[in-house]
Design a protein around this ligand. Structure first.
Ligand SMILES: *[C@@H]1O[C@H](CO)[C@@H](O)[C@H](O)[C@H]1NC(C)=O
Ligand SMILES: *[C@@H]1O[C@H](CO)[C@@H](O)[C@H](O)[C@H]1NC(C)=O
Ligand SMILES: *[C@@H]1O[C@H](CO)[C@@H](O)[C@H](O)[C@H]1NC(C)=O
Length: 514
């Protein structure tokens, strides 16, 4: 199930960090079930400076603007409600900007607008995008979410992509504390190299601050002897600045991407770390994450040991993170881990396989990583505990009991993967129960369910939405159930696909034990 596992890490964890809400279609897969709307829809005072868009006028409006920001939102999303008054305030201020900056919004909960949300790859709410040149260039809004921050970020976005640095005051505009900035140092502001730099700046301007100067002396760590032209990237971590001299656009972009990620990303409550955290979880690489209490005495030892290891693996496809227990509750929950297992280290590789070591000491980190690198670790699988009582018609399967009940039982198993919050799953529950009751006297058949949010789904099953049903025949043949979800259809399907194994009249022993 490589595809959906990596989707989960990439998108879901990044969203957890941002605390955005998942769009219902992404959360619920093919069914596209809509979450219950809140009783209190987004309340914005009239008159509004935010332009309301819908499917009928979206393209037309965007095409008329050189620069317009669109918020994709859902009325039930808490973070959208929090943003609304700030966005409104910013819209008022920005309407008086020179040139005026338009802010718009589109309600993605409306069925007619869902196609637009999907076209622009909206994965969580709220999502803000900047449309330039009548919608020809689209960039993700990466700025703050309060009025002053929105105004400041967007005013910068309408100006030139790269700011000329002529004085120390200009330096402060470009090189901002805790952020990544990129400055090109050129003998003159023309020629192929300069133009390439500006092109890259235009492409990446919503992510980073760009500047250019002919006076290297003005820059932090600057000296006059620097050989021009050169690209210098400033970062709030590790070596603080890095130089680059290859003026191919692709090469510059790659340089910026790789140098703008810390050797070890920090997961704590400091919001200035969040952009780096989102980048970490969005990265397709394997991820090694060390979680412990940052207030503990051996904070520095843990940190420096992990840095040492991370440096050894720089260039390999593995990224490192250090997480404070106080901040990373959601991540721990996501991996099915407990605080009392900390200090703990967990790796999730690019295929979604996990490796886990609880109660790790600083000294063990390097050895454990080496064991991982040579393939010497057993994968870890998130699981609920095996229930002591399992005598309902529909049997409970957890990751730990999957082998026993589904693969080694010698039975035909119809297995539902569900999520507790999923409405279609709730609707299916009494139907499955009826199906299970009708097979109670058939020793060859088990109807079962697994909570796929609390148990890792193994590679054999692809689960992209809930509910997903699979049938595993007694001989081990796996097929996805794609029929209608009626009692009759389920029963017919099982009867048509099951392998008959028990002797007529044999006692129903294994089933009774479950
Ligand atoms: C787009 O259409 C909606 C619904 O008819 C309307 O409320 C909104 O004002 C329109 N927006 C623009 C910019 O025309
Ligand atoms: C971390 O350690 C501090 C000091 O020992 C303690 O007060 C705090 O409760 C701990 N936090 C967690 C999440 O265990
Ligand atoms: C499901 O039901 C619909 C109508 O109720 C029917 O048209 C369709 O063929 C059924 N599909 C299957 C796989 O039985």
């Amino acid at each position: 199930m490589a595809i959906s596992s990596s989707w989960i890490t990439a998108a879901f964890l990044a969203l957890l960090v941002l605390s955005s809400s998942l769009p219902p279609s992404a959360a619920e897969g093919n069914d596209g079930e809509v979450k219950e709307p809140d009783t209190d829809p987004e309340a914005v005072a009239e008159p509004s400076f935010v332009i309301t868009l819908d499917a009928s006028n979206f393209s037309e409006t965007v095409s008329k603007h050189d620069f317009i920001v669109v918020e994709f939102y859902a009325p039930w999303c808490g973070h959208c409600k929090k943003l609304a008054p700030e966005y409104e305030k910013a819209a008022l201020v920005l309407s008086e900007n020179d040139p005026p900056i338009a802010l718009a919004k589109i309600d993605c909960n409306e069925n007619v607008n869902k196609e637009i949300a999907s076209k622009y790859e909206v994965r969580g709410f709220p999502t803000l995008k900047i449309f330039r040149n009548g919608g020809e260039d689209i960039q993700e809004y990466k700025g703050p979410r309060e009025a002053d921050g929105i105004v400041e970020y967007l005013s910068k976005q309408v100006g030139p992509a790269s700011t000329e640095i002529k004085s120390t005051e200009d330096v402060d505009k470009v090189i901002v504390d805790k952020k990544i900035s990129i400055v090109g140092i050129f003998p003159q502001f023309s020629g192929e190299e300069f133009e390439t730099f500006i092109k890259v700046a235009e492409k990446l301007r919503s992510d980073y601050d760009f500047g250019h100067t002919s006076n290297a002396k003005l820059l932090p760590h600057g000296d006059e002897t620097v050989k021009q032209p050169i690209v210098r990237l400033f970062k709030p971590f590790d070596e603080l600045f890095v130089d680059f001299k290859d003026f191919q656009a692709d090469a510059i972009e790659k340089f910026i991407e790789s140098e703008s990620m810390p050797i070890v990303t920090t997961y704590d409550n400091d919001p200035t770390n969040h952009p780096f955290l989102v980048k970490f979880f969005d990265s397709p690489n394997a991820k090694a994450m060390l979680f412990f209490n940052f207030s503990s005495d051996n904070y520095n030892t843990f940190k420096s040991k992990l840095h040492e290891v991370a440096k050894d693996y720089k260039g390999d496809n593995i990224k490192f993170l250090i997480g404070d227990l106080d901040a990373s509750e959601m991540a721990l929950k996501f991996f099915g881990l407990e605080k009392d297992q900390a200090p703990l280290i967990i790796i999730q590789d690019s295929k979604g396989h996990k490796y886990f070591q609880p109660n790790v000491t600083p000294e063990q980190i390097a050895t454990w990583l080496k064991d991982y690198a040579v393939g010497g670790l057993e994968p870890y699988r998130k699981s609920e505990s095996v229930p002591e009582v399992n005598n309902e018609p529909v049997k409970i399967v957890v990751a730990k009991s999957l082998q026993e009940i589904v693969f080694s039982s010698g039975k035909n198993v119809l297995l539902e993967f569900y999520a507790p919050w999923c409405g279609h799953c709730k609707k299916l529950a009494p139907i499955l129960e009826e199906v299970a009751i009708s097979f109670e006297n058939d020793a060859d058949v088990i109807i079962a369910k697994m909570d796929a949010t609390k148990n890792d789904v193994p590679d054999e099953f692809a689960v992209q939405g809930y509910p997903t049903l699979y049938f595993v025949s007694a001989s081990g043949k796996i097929s996805q159930y794609e029929g209608n979800r009626t009692v009759e259809d389920f029963i017919n399907f099982v009867n048509n696909n099951k392998d008959v194994i028990s002797q007529p009249g044999s006692p129903d022993s294994v089933k009774d034990e479950l």
